[in-house]
Design a protein around this ligand. Structure first.
Ligand SMILES: [Zn+2]
Length: 345
């Protein structure tokens, strides 16, 4: 009897603990999906659909987040495909998928801002338990996803109004050399060959502002990636995001196969978001990815009757990383982003 009890105890104690996030529960070798509930507070409740893909073997935890901006849809569709095809039986470690971080913005089809509180989810991290809905979403993702992750990719695309050429943000903060250099390799592994270097992100964990930055400040190497445009899930952009995930998992040796790094990246240290001097109707004159000389016409802003208000010109020569491709334009909002490429640094 004693032997039987000990044997049973052995079986019980050897059973690995399930990983529970919201209503998702996964043991090693299992995939599960569920929701993180964001309770009502000063405004409406929402929920965050997540998946846990837990490899049979132990290893690192990678968090993949889509839908921080709800009209950036190619990454949302891409992570559905990752959920369907990533096999826990061959995975080492754990992949946490946030399918749609910003459900109010996704279902409300808004750009930049939540239809509920008017805030940009990617400007309110690490969030607040008792804040408005965007702040409560950020709080839930910080505590339930980022805290559990070793690495993070916040997967964006051009927003519903942005015609964008794929690129990745690498943000060396010079707080943690290891995190900075791993993040650089993650960028090369992800596969976008245009890499924007952003060194001016905040360095306080209490005011990390951005999703990526919230992880990176905590010593968890992180990227923000951009692929997709204009509110549609174009097949080549969906597949590029799927490929990025699998390339990254091979780089971390979480999947078998050879890691591939971009061989000839173009780094951008100098970039500028062009902001509208007035409210009116925007007429873009360039395409995403186009090379422009200093002074080239990027677009024309008119009043509502068609009279030109401003001709917007390139402040320096470079590449159009994105240009707003739809007519509505409010004062102070982006019209496009130009980057000046620099070869290997
Ligand atoms: Zn975005």
């Amino acid at each position: 009897m004693v032997a039987l009890v000990s044997a049973l105890l052995l079986v019980v104690t050897q059973q690995p603990a399930p990983l529970t996030i919201g209503s998702g529960v996964a043991r090693p070798g299992q995939a599960a999906s569920g929701f993180i509930e964001v309770p009502a507070g000063v405004d409406a409740a929402t929920r965050i659909p997540i998946s846990i893909i837990r490899g049979a073997q132990a290893g690192p935890t990678v968090a993949l987040i889509a839908g921080t901006h709800g009209s950036e849809v190619a990454p949302i569709v891409a992570l559905q495909r990752v959920r369907a095809t990533l096999d826990p039986a061959v995975l080492r470690g754990t992949v946490l998928i946030v399918h749609v971080a910003n459900m109010p913005s996704f279902l409300g089809r808004t750009i930049y801002y939540s239809p509920i509180d008017g805030k940009n989810l990617n400007r309110v991290y690490p969030g607040k338990a008792d804040g408005t809905v965007s702040e409560r979403i950020a709080y839930a993702i910080t505590n339930q996803i980022i805290e559990r992750a070793d690495y993070l990719v916040d997967i964006h695309s051009g927003d519903g109004n942005e015609s964008l050429r794929p690129y990745t943000y690498w943000s060396p903060l010079r707080m943690d050399a290891r995190a900075d250099s791993i993040a650089r390799e993650m960028a090369l592994a992800w596969g976008n060959d245009h890499i924007v270097i952003d060194t001016v992100r905040p360095r306080s964990p209490q005011a990390s502002v951005y999703t990526q930055n919230t992880a990176h400040i905590r010593g968890k190497p992180a990227l923000t990636t951009e692929a997709g445009y204009l509110g549609i899930a174009a097949e080549d952009m969906v597949q590029r995001n799927v490929d990025g995930v699998f390339r990254l998992l091979r780089y971390f040796r979480m999947l078998p196969g050879t890691a591939e790094l971009v061989r000839q990246p173009l780094f951008f240290e100098r970039t500028e978001v062009l902001r509208s001097p007035a409210t009116g109707v925007w007429h873009p004159k360039v395409e995403r990815g186009q090379s422009v000389q200093k002074g080239a016409l990027i677009g024309v802003l008119t009043d509502f009757f068609g009279t030109t208000v401003a001709e917007i010109r390139a402040p320096f020569g470079g590449i159009v990383l994105y240009v707003v491709g739809t007519p509505a334009m409010s004062q102070g909002e982006p019209m496009g982003m130009i980057g000046e490429p620099r070869l290997e640094r």
